[in-house]
Design a protein around this ligand. Sequence first.
Ligand code: GLY
Length: 376
Amino acid sequence: MTTPDPPSQTVRVDLGERSYTIEIGAGLIANAGGLLAPLASRARVFVVTDETVAQLHLPAFEAALQKSGLEANTRTIAAGEASKSVTSLAAMLDWLIGAGAGRDDVLVALGGGVVGDLTGLAASLMKRGMQFVQVPTTLLAQVDSSVGGKTAVNTAHGKNLIGAFYQPRLVIADSDVLATLPARELQAGYAEIIKYGLIDEPDFFDWLEKNGADVTALSPHAITEAVARSCAAKARIVALDEREGGVRALLNLGHTFGHALEAANRFGPQLLHGEAVGTGMALALRYSARLGLMTGQDAQRAVAAIGASGLKTDITALDGGPYKAGALVEYMRQDKKARGAKVPLILARGLGQAFIYEAADLADVNAFLTEETGLS
Ligand code: GLY
């Protein structure tokens, strides 16, 4: 009896001479050397990971490189958002310069969003740009942060304030590594997956309504299909608007409400980014229905599909807080795109019909959130 090949798919991000592929599927880390070898100009690649991922996946990754004659020069950083700092960035650049890294060397980010954002920014700065490869190990990073070229570190003034658009040469998304993630992290990644269906892919939304439970259970074909369709959806939007002059803003569905919920927790661990986006999308859809932009029935269908994964769709069910309408609106007012009493929001005219609503009235949003939270 032959074992069926593990599922795998390739998605191309079309950006002219900066185009690249995303390899998605089971068991890809075991073949990382073969995938990286065509990029490597010498038998040494630089790898950045964090302490958690190093324990779980670094030995397999380094062994896979060795099989193809590649040696890893590895730097392991502390796990967590605190590593996304100018200090860590400077230390990483010193490490690369000290090790003689050049533009044609390869720098690999093996980890989640923190490792990817920080390492990508270092790659963009090293001699004005060295080759960068993403090997995302969280679901959220596989479907969002590793694709599209946003890199950044945080400052005391806010998140992602220092950054660059810098595209990787290759992304390797191995679905096997997702098996070690806590359930909350999987749900947080799933929020970004369902987001793509809600933005402009109603067929994908329908598919997720039927297959979402298999996706979060990491059934090999379902997770590969969901990650591939998500990456393809993001790749299409990024190819249209790489630097977020317009349509890329649709990727922020649920993010303005979500960001306010995260801010109410000082971005602490009570609420993961993806969890905040899940609740934020439910709010954006209910607010769309309240404005008469979409039917209450469709909004309810979307909210049910988000909630089916275990994500919370009501503010009152969330841990952390307190979540008071007035304070949430104040965080929204601090959004850099806010103008006086108005803020742009991503809202929807139906399932898979998101659009940029240029000037939501914050007093009305306050009234809506007072009803949602029960707290003014
Ligand atoms: N995560 C949103 C974007 O990449 O534009």
